[in-house]
Write a protein that binds this ligand. Sequence first.
Ligand SMILES: [Fe+2]
Length: 263
Amino acid sequence: MIDLHSHILYDIDDGSKSFDMSIEMLRMAAACGTTDIIATPHVNRRGVVPEWSVIVEKATVLQEDAKKAGIPITIHTGAEVEINFEALNFLKEDARDYCIAGSRYILCELTNQSEPKQTEHLLFELMVRGYRPILAHPERYDRIMEKPRYIWKWLEKGVLTQCNGGSFVGYFGEEVQRRVEMLARKDMICFLGSDAHRTTVRNPDLAPVEVAIKKLTNGAALWQRCEDNGRKLLNKKAIYPSIEGEWREEKPKKKGFFAKLFG
Ligand SMILES: [Fe+2]
């Protein structure tokens, strides 16, 4: 798998705390079959914007150390950019800073206060500036997930999505798991990421995630699609969302007799 979202670099955000932790995280990633991992430290969280050159330098150093440690994994540069109107000040037209592996794809984070209309404005503004936004873990945003038809619309316009492995195994709670499974059923997921911060909880081990995803209807296809899309991104090929037709709201499941009685 290509892990599109990780806080693998140490001493730059709330992710890895040390060289040893980063190396151990890389070992865990490689052990579950991750071949490539994108280093996506937080950028513009509470207004803190690390220099792009610092991110590149840290990723280069960690890659060398991983090689020395004999860990078979490739680290690519990237960032998880919180998008708001301040972000438009440093995301210049046609630049590639903070993008993934030298591409035009940029991983975009929202906040729980982000609402669909303003988010749409920001996403489209980025596209006008030559970026291809990838929305990080939409399943975690309450206000966006109240109106998932917006995500469908954004996918139609060329915005892509990355969901967190932890969401499929209940790490973020039942509601987030329910949402990510809905996105999976509707083919609205383009990439997977561990969003790993540590070796303990929120770690880069995607093995349990693979099991959980492959239990879903069309889960094997979803897993494969995310891997293929990751590969395409690294090869600088165009990626198309896999949605088809019109957005359709899912009807809430009717409760059966026993569920009504005991649910
Ligand atoms: Fe993250």
